[in-house]
Design a protein around this ligand. Structure first.
Ligand code: MEV
Length: 450
């Protein structure tokens, strides 16, 4: 049976302090959590806090995440310092290192392949199919006419509705039809724009059926199931590429020459092209970079990830989103990824730090931000695969991990220096670091609790 103390009605109506009080009384052992953590992360400026609270519901505090920057990204000849919000150590360091590496090898070349967004009206139609198909031209005109007020501003910015297709899904699901609609939403991600239009299409199609002589007898055979954008945007895709002569890869590793490194690297990418187990981790590495910029710029990382993973499976098998070739001694490594993002509207203009991220990037258009994000994903992928096929991932990771443990155990500068030397050859674990510090501290009788 549910624990009645842990459930509540009217929680959302409580004040923030009321919510905290109830949570602390029922879930936390130490009431000091309110002062020590929950309240300590409230924004010191009430207006700023109000903005943050406005993004979500039932907020009781803010959740801090590290905000780092990766400088030296040369993309199509322009240099960027890229904002990254991520909680995993080594990611920003790897992106920065890969950016610097490619800076002296021509930088990243990026191209937006297309920018089309998609939305669907899912409806049931139990009348004759021909009544829809034969009248579709007229239906389309009527639908477009009905949404003119909604698309006026977007049209003025160069966007709007590209196409509406009627899709018969009745072989998959009884009576199911869809209006599959394609949009250009310029610098906005376009979710509200698309959803408003789709909902209007749903009601307008109903109106059309009700007043059209051949169809009106079937008015009760039409039922809207839902109207919603699709996060699968296979035609909103960007490509990022790096390339160089294999001689320029000389020195990447102590153990391999340029040719050997290139071949090993390519094999690692090829493995991710053919094996979904490896592809998932490989793509996760790409999204370490992509998500970090998507988050820092106030975009929707869930949408970006969901789409990317569908796209990675577009031929029926989940594969790597990046590719590598070596032809005529030219090493080429590229990424092709769907990125439906925006630089106006939504959180991008409301979140105070997201706004700064965009400023840091020179207030890019959505198309430019797609390219910056893709370059970051490719850099991240390069960094990860380079480590994997040379030193192994643990070396760099463990150094960062070591620093985290040292900070957690409140190590002094001197202790950190000693630990970095000691753990160059020793295995890092919480216990081994604690023992190392303990042995040094025993003389000074400093006890480490934990
Ligand atoms: C860790 O967050 C990401 C990697 O596993 C990616 C990869 O294996 O390519 C290092």
């Amino acid at each position: 049976m549910a624990n009645s103390k842990k459930s509540i009605t009217g929680f959302s109506k409580l004040s923030k302090l009321g919510k905290i009080k109830w949570i602390v009384e029922n879930f936390f052992k130490d009431p000091e959590v309110v002062r020590k953590e929950l309240k300590s992360y409230w924004h010191s400026n009430e207006d700023q806090q109000k903005i943050l609270d406005g993004f979500s519901e039932n907020t009781i505090t803010n959740f801090p995440m590290p905000y780092g920057v990766a400088p030296n990204f040369v993309i199509n000849g322009e240099t960027y310092c890229i904002p990254m919000v991520i909680e995993e150590s080594s990611v920003v360091a790897a992106a920065s290192s890969a950016a610097k590496f490619w800076m002296s090898r021509g930088g990243f070349k990026t191209t937006v392949i297309n920018t089309e967004k998609v939305g669907q009206l899912h409806f049931l139609w139990k009348g004759p199919k021909a009544l829809l198909t034969n009248n579709f031209e007229e239906i389309e005109l009527r639908l477009l006419d009905a949404v003119q007020p909604l698309i006026k501003n977007m049209k003025a910015r160069g966007g709007g509705i590209n196409k509406i297709d009627l899709i018969d899904k009745t072989n998959d699901l009884e009576h199911l039809y869809q209006l599959q609609c394609y949009f250009e939403t310029c610098d906005s991600m376009g979710a509200n724009f698309i959803n408003s239009i789709l909902e209007k299409f749903g009601s307008e199609l109903g109106n059309y059926i009700q007043v059209t002589p051949q169809l009106k007898d079937f008015a009760s055979e039409y039922e809207v199931i839902m109207a919603i954008l699709s996060n699968y945007t296979p035609n909103c895709v960007v490509r990022a590429e790096v390339s160089c002569h294999i001689d320029q890869l000389e020195g990447v590793s102590k153990h391999f020459n340029g040719q050997e490194f290139a071949t090993k690297f390519k094999t690692a990418v090829d493995i991710a092209r053919i094996d979904p187990y490896r592809a998932t981790t490989h793509n996760k590495g790409i999204y370490n970079g992509i998500d970090a910029v998507v988050l820092a710029t106030g975009n929707d990382f869930r949408a970006i990830e969901a789409c990317g993973h569908s796209y990675a499976s577009k031929d029926g098998q989940y594969r790597s989103l990046s590719y590598c070739t070596i032809d005529d001694d030219i090493f080429r490594f590229w990424l092709e990824v769907p990125l439906a993002i925006g630089t106006v509207g939504g959180l991008t203009s409301l979140h105070p730090i997201a706004k700064r991220s965009l400023e840091l990037l020179g207030n890019p258009s959505a198309a430019k931000l797609m390219q910056i994000i893709a370059a970051t994903g490719l850099a991240q992928n390069f960094g990860a695969v380079r480590s994997l096929v040379t030193t192994g991932i643990q070396r760099g990771h463990m150094r960062m991990h070591l620093m985290n443990i040292l900070h957690q155990l409140e190590a002094t500068e001197k202790e950190i220096k000693g630990a970095l030397t000691h753990f160059n050859t020793e295995i890092v674990s919480f216990v081994s670091v604690r023992n190392f510090l303990d042995s040094g501290r025993q003389d000074k009788e400093i006890k480490i609790v934990n």
